[in-house]
Ligand binder design. Structure first.
Ligand SMILES: [Cu+2]
Length: 71
């Protein structure tokens, strides 16, 4: 029930992969994009192109929050 690491720093153009190692579905949701449900054991990836701090959360579990800082 948490993103690990909750704060990540990457370079513009890097691909970030979220792996769901939990037993329930989660999402990675931000302004303008949404993974949709990521099933237990599945993963989802996104190329981070825009520089800045991107905050995201899980639509199912509002306490799950994270950031990706794109440099
Ligand atoms: Cu969740």
């Amino acid at each position: 029930m948490q993103y690990a690491p909750a704060a990540l720093e990457v370079a513009a153009g890097d691909t970030v992969v979220w792996q769901n190692t939990d037993i329930v579905p989660h999402t990675v949701t931000s302004k303008g994009w949404n993974s949709g449900p990521i099933a237990a054991g599945a993963s989802w990836k996104k190329v981070m192109r825009a520089r800045g701090v991107v905050a995201y959360h899980c639509t199912f579990h509002p306490t799950m929050v994270g950031t990706v800082t794109v440099r």
